[in-house]
Write a protein that binds this ligand. Structure first.
Ligand code: HEM
Length: 84
């Protein structure tokens, strides 16, 4: 199911109780159940939860990562681009 989120909606999902959402490009990803298996570590993902992590994401990953995990983790799209 795909939803449309504003950056403000995503910002409410920044801890384990509300779920950990991050924005990459125009996508919103729920990484709540992924943090513990993230090869880059849980800490770094928790730090960007609720935020636009596009810059950080593309610094450490390539297209293949979103192709592999995007289908499983993507919960929707951002209505407007977050200001960095
Ligand atoms: C949907 C979100 C994400 C997914 C599915 C994901 C997945 C992965 C995967 C599969 C790797 C292993 C390396 C590779 O195959 O390229 C990795 C490494 C890493 N990730 Fe992520 N990641 C996500 C978000 C992030 C974010 C937002 C950050 C930074 C804030 C981050 C930081 C890192 C770092 C530092 C590494 C280690 C790179 C290295 O050892 O060279 N990741 N991630």
């Amino acid at each position: 199911m795909s939803k449309t989120f504003t950056p403000a909606d995503v910002a409410t999902h920044k801890d384990a109780s509300s779920g950990l959402y991050i924005i990459i490009d125009d996508g919103v990803y729920d990484v709540t159940n992924f943090v513990d298996e993230h090869p880059g570590g849980a800490k770094i993902l928790k730090r960007v939860a609720g935020k636009d992590a596009t810059k950080q994401f593309w610094k450490y990953h390539n297209e293949g990562v979103l192709k592999k995990y995007g289908g499983k983790l993507r919960v929707g799209s951002v209505a407007e681009k977050a200001k960095l």
